[in-house]
Design a protein around this ligand. Structure first.
Ligand code: COA
Length: 347
């Protein structure tokens, strides 16, 4: 079976920012409340002409440049999004066209905020089996289009953005453990209806507010910490590793207190957790690839570092992937623990 290296990473946030002070003028909230309860200070909002595919295309081009390859070298494009440009074609197909990946297949994965991790796991299977040599995975969202801007309980949380990863068959790197879980019976805790939902007796679809993000905030908060903690523990057990073997925790960026709670329950020092939620809010499928791309640019991804990705979201869905990060794809002769730890701590 092939292993998988991360050959390139890229991320893109739309230019416009929406601060907590801006939100104070829109709903009954305060900068102080949002910072204290969520850690969020600002988020980015797509311009009217932008879509998930256009944000994703920016991130994809950056990841290709980082990997020093062309779109033509890609065998498969997988989009991860809950806010596609349309029902079809897939965002994957639109990005495939945009990068000129003329011989690539393309499709999308939707697992709400677990979408990117699910797409990454799918891509890694294609590479492990030898079906593909290079796969582009893009997590991209314009959540601002499905946020209810009159609901202070949700509108302060979300933002737009995109992150992309180029994966390549290698001798070293890739998943060590994978846990993906779902409980569809809890679907009403977090949902947004779409255009194809059930009709009433008059042939009418769901009310407008049901087609935006609806959420039971406190219930999701409790579930998130417990589910991510257990998923990481299960992935560690699969890989016969201990919590101390985690060099970097890469959690879904929904709320700073959820990240802190998960790190605490796991027994991972907070300094090992990547945090971007203060700048970008919750960008759903984009949050983990954006965090990875930023971490790489900041020099926090050391060759051979063991990353614990974890996420949760609508479904309800949740999971964790333990990932041995390799840029070179070359089996190391000696694992440099000190360097990995120093880089992970950002020093
Ligand atoms: N500004 C000011 N007050 C607000 C507010 C806002 N933006 N949003 C809610 N409140 C109020 C509530 O109305 C409530 O008032 P009440 O006590 O008079 O009824 C009070 O603040 C406390 O609300 P509560 O919901 O208990 O706060 P909380 O500490 O649980 O924080 C969330 C709310 C939404 C920030 C938090 O529950 C959360 O982050 N949940 C997870 C959400 C998530 O991650 N979703 C995405 C999953 S991918």
């Amino acid at each position: 079976m092939n292993r998988v290296r991360i050959a390139g990473l890229g991320h893109y946030l739309p230019e416009k920012t929406l601060t907590n002070l801006d939100l104070e003028r829109m709903v009954d909230t305060s900068d102080q409340w949002i910072r204290a309860r969520t850690g969020i200070q600002e988020r980015h909002i797509a311009a009217p002409h932008e879509t998930s595919s256009s944000l994703g295309l920016h991130a994809a081009r950056m990841a290709l440049a980082d990997a020093r390859i062309d779109g033509a070298d890609i065998d498969l494009v997988i989009g991860a999004t809950t806010t596609p440009d349309g029902m079809f074609p897939s965002v994957g197909s639109l990005i495939q066209d945009g990068i000129g990946a003329k011989r690539a297949g393309a499709f999308d994965v939707n697992a709400a905020c677990v979408g990117f991790m699910s797409a990454l796991a799918t891509a890694m299977q294609f590479i492990a089996t030898g079906a593909c040599a290079r796969v582009l995975v893009v997590g991209t969202e314009v959540l601002s289009r499905i946020v209810n801007w009159e609901d202070r309980g949700t509108c302060v949380l979300f933002g737009d953005g995109a992150g992309a990863v180029v994966l390549e068959a290698a001798q070293f790197g890739g998943p060590l453990g994978l846990v993906l879980r779902s409980d569809g019976s809890k679907k009403l805790a977090l949902f947004a209806e779409g255009p194809c939902g059930p009709r009433d007796a008059n042939g009418e679809g769901p009310a407008h507010h049901l087609c935006m993000i609806n959420m039971e905030g406190p219930a999701i908060f409790k579930f998130a910490v417990q589910a991510m903690t257990q998923a990481v523990r299960d992935a560690l057990t699969q890989a016969s590793l201990r919590v101390e073997d985690i060099d970097l925790l890469v959690p879904h960026q929904a709320n700073l207190r959820i990240i802190q709670g998960t790190a605490k329950h796991l027994g991972v020092p907070e300094s090992k957790a990547i945090v971007t939620v203060h700048k970008y809010g919750n960008t759903s499928s984009a949050s983990i690839p954006v965090a990875l791309s930023e971490a790489q640019k900041e020099g926090r991804l050391a060759e051979g570092a063991r990353l614990a990705l974890c996420s949760f979201g609508g479904g309800l869905a949740w999971g964790s992937m333990l990932l041995e990060y390799s840029r070179t794809g070359v089996v190391p002769t000696q694992r440099n623990e000190a360097l990995v730890e120093a880089n992970a701590a950002g020093s």
